[in-house]
Design a protein around this ligand. Structure first.
Ligand SMILES: [Fe+2]
Length: 271
């Protein structure tokens, strides 16, 4: 099973992600061990904070990462993770962001500390999403499971999808037990066909938020999700995005833990 990771802070020394050239090599090595064949470098860009100079520097660093990644047979695409704020309209109007390379997809995040307890959360969020869409870009909502108290508002996620958003989930949200809210939100989204892409949001070479797609895939196989459904979220949709094509809307058969006994045993043996 091959993977494509569309969300990770692999470009070193420019945000809170991978810190050094040495660590970047370690991180790519780990990505390679995880059967990652392509990834998008998505450094944080904050609306109202980052300037054109920052964009130029980020692109240079991603170019260096591209050269480095040839040693690992990993294709790198440039991108960013744009923080949506009240300054997003100006940020987007001035083109101060990095869409996924040769595409109109743009990874967007919202402040996770502003959880969805209020009406203003939703109004602000969708206003910023509209600003991205109006500028001609397709928003990918980063780690959608993280913005909601439990239970997650599935209708609101569907509403975002109807607007044209792609929904991305972080591997860590269902791998790291201990945060039940994130875990339950993740499973609710997966059980309701409301996730389009799964990615790592890698920030370092080791530990929490490092390349872990193999473990993530295996854990969902064990939970009984059907393999084609997983393939769409782990590989086919990321590939569609890199080609600037429309994504596939995942459609799972009901989760069945007994399926793991037969069909899924082979999948669990992936190297
Ligand atoms: Fe991120």
């Amino acid at each position: 099973m091959k993977f494509i990771d569309i969300h990770g802070h692999y470009a070193w020394g420019i945000d809170d992600g991978v810190s050094s050239e040495e660590e970047a090599k370690e991180t790519l090595k780990k990505a390679k061990e995880n059967n990652v064949v392509a990834l998008v470098a998505t450094p944080h860009i904050f609306s109202g904070t980052h300037t054109n100079n920052d964009i130029v520097n980020y692109k240079k660093r991603i170019q260096q990462l591209k050269i480095m990644a040839k040693n690992y047979d990993i294709l790198i695409a440039e991108g960013c993770e744009l923080m949506l704020t009240e300054d997003t309209y100006e940020q987007v109007s001035n083109k101060l962001f990095i869409p996924f390379e040769n595409t109109t997809y743009l990874l967007c995040e919202y402040n996770v500390r502003t959880l969805s307890s209020s009406r203003s959360f939703m109004e602000n969020f969708e206003n910023y999403i509209y600003q991205v869409i109006d500028a001609g870009y397709k928003p990918i909502v980063a780690h959608a499971e993280r913005y909601f108290l439990q239970p997650i508002d599935l209708d609101y996620i569907q509403y975002l999808i109807n607007l044209g958003c792609v929904i991305q989930m972080n591997t860590t949200s269902f791998l790291q037990r201990g945060n039940e809210q994130l875990y339950e939100n993740s499973i609710a989204l997966l059980d309701n066909n409301l996730v389009h892409v799964i990615a790592t949001d890698t920030h370092s070479s080791d530990g929490f938020r490092s390349p872990n797609l193999k473990d993530a895939y295996k854990s969902l196989v064990k939970k009984g999700y059907d393999l084609e459904y997983l393939n769409v979220m782990f590989y086919k949709n990321p590939m569609k995005i890199l080609k600037n094509e429309d994504i596939i809307i995942p459609n799972s058969k009901k989760r069945n833990v007994f399926r793991t006994l037969s069909q899924n045993i082979k999948a669990l043996r992936i190297k």
